[in-house]
Write a protein that binds this ligand. Structure first.
Ligand SMILES: Nc1nc2c(ncn2[C@@H]2O[C@H](COP(=O)(O)OP(=O)(O)O)[C@@H](O)[C@H]2O)c(=O)[nH]1
Ligand SMILES: [Mg+2]
Length: 409
């Protein structure tokens, strides 16, 4: 990027910041007025015992509501970078939201560890000099170390080598080329699937099964998906089909309350997960649900049991709603690096997966594993998670991911 471009982007970012700031002030004002009105009402009704009960319930639910309003941060390097990434995708100043800026900031910060061991070192090594065969060797080591995987690394390095044979490639052009190559790798399974962005299809029942080993973040991810989905006006329902962990149902109910989504469960000991799904489908049909999110168990006595259980759940769905659109999404914890890749390969063999969700991208140095999953397991990445909060999950955007991975500061 030359200086003029950079100045223009800063100017754009500053205007976007001013606009968001103004919008936030207006919202605050509105909220305050509502609050005053509510208080007046409360004072009038304080005498009535039943109403006090309702009010105290509302008081419990309220903090999550106010907390979930994202606040505009400082006009700093994070804001400018995020605004620039949005601008580069053709967003107009009045189309961007604090949530988007907040997410990109989180993503960039989350990938910091991956980036440190990789880009920072690479840029240090490259400097402003043209790429050499030796710098390609360094890059190869760095890519492998960032868990990008052997296949993806080979692909990128050989493309770069071909390019180097044809022309002189400067440091900055090298990074640009690298971004393009990495994006191609991640985009391939997405293109192959024929679906750029996974959203529930209206007018049908969409069933999304979240599968994966214990602790990778299935239940948390499901909670965040329920929030995204209901916020986007899809009628959403949750099936608590992890009947092996006693606490799983309670955990889901908390998420359900936060996003105002009902949870179908069966509290009895050793309840059959397929039976929970059976009940949930009945409910979903009755209520005209758009999206049924199914939480599944991650650990059974053996891996075969786990796969059998998933097969049984799928069979129930096929039988009861043959025209439902079923997505089996594998949840992977980025911090597990190559181990996550192994899980993906093993699940892909037996569980008929249609996509992946990468979690815990915050604070790991192994974010590169997303590339290995795309290249070696051919799974489209559908969502990524970078934090434990309800808004810390977003539909996957390969441009933003690669920009955050290779951000130069
Ligand atoms: N930092 C971070 N923690 C996460 C993320 N997703 C899930 N977790 C945490 O990982 C732990 C296990 O999550 P859980 O949803 O119970 O995993 P499950 O066993 O696959 O259902 C919990 O402590 C979550 O808060 C994420 O994106 N970032
Ligand atoms: Mg769970």
């Amino acid at each position: 990027m030359n200086n003029t471009d950079s100045d223009n982007s800063r100017e754009w970012a500053a205007q976007a910041y001013a606009l968001l700031k103004k919008r936030q002030e207006e919202q605050k004002q509105e909220l305050q007025e509502q609050e005053e009105q509510k208080q007046e009402l409360q004072e009038q009704e304080e005498q009535k015992q039943e109403l006090i009960d309702i009010n105290s319930k509302q008081n419990i639910a309220e903090p999550t509501k106010t907390n979930s309003e994202t606040q505009l941060g400082e006009f700093d390097d994070n804001f400018t970078w995020s605004a620039m990434v949005l601008a580069a995708q053709g967003k107009k100043i009045n189309q961007i939201s604090i949530d988007e800026i907040d997410w990109l900031t989180k993503l960039r910060r989350g990938l910091e560890e991956t980036r440190k061991g990789f880009v920072t070192e690479l840029l240090d090594k490259l400097g402003d000099d043209p790429l050499t065969p030796e710098s390609l060797d360094d890059l190869e080591t760095l890519l492998i170390r960032a868990d990008v995987g052997i296949d993806s690394t080979d692909k990128v390095i050989s493309s770069l080598r071909t390019k180097l044979n044809e022309e002189v490639v400067g440091g900055e052009a090298g990074i640009k080329f690298l971004k393009k190559e990495l994006k191609l790798i991640i985009d391939k399974p997405i293109k192959n699937s024929g679906v750029d962005l996974l959203v529930p299809k209206k007018g049908k029942l969409n069933v999304w099964l979240l599968v994966g080993v214990n602790g990778v973040g299935k239940t948390t991810t499901l909670g965040k998906l329920a929030y995204l989905s209901s916020k986007s006006n899809y009628k959403t329902l949750i099936a608590a089909a992890d009947t092996f962990r006693a606490a799983a149902v309670e955990q889901l109910k908390v998420w359900g309350e936060r996003s105002n989504v009902d949870v179908i469960s069966n509290q009895s000991k050793n309840a059959d997960p397929a039976a929970v799904v059976f009940d949930a489908i009945n409910s979903a049909k009755k209520r005209n649900v758009d999206l049924l999110l199914v939480d599944t168990a991650g650990r059974l006595q053996t891996k075969n049991n786990l796969m059998d259980e998933l097969a049984k759940i799928k069979k129930i769905i096929d039988k009861k709603v043959p025209d439902a659109i079923v997505e089996s999404l594998l949840v992977l914890d980025a911090s597990q690096g190559q181990n996550g890749l192994k899980q993906a390969k093993s699940f892909a063999k037996s569980a008929n997966l249609s996509g992946a969700i990468i979690t815990k991208l915050d604070g790991t140095s192994r974010g590169g594993v997303s590339l290995a999953v795309s290249e070696e397991v051919n799974l489209p990445i559908r969502f990524i998670g970078a934090g434990e909060g309800i808004k810390d999950l977003r539909p996957f955007n390969s441009y933003e991911f690669v920009e955050a991975l290779l951000a130069d500061k």
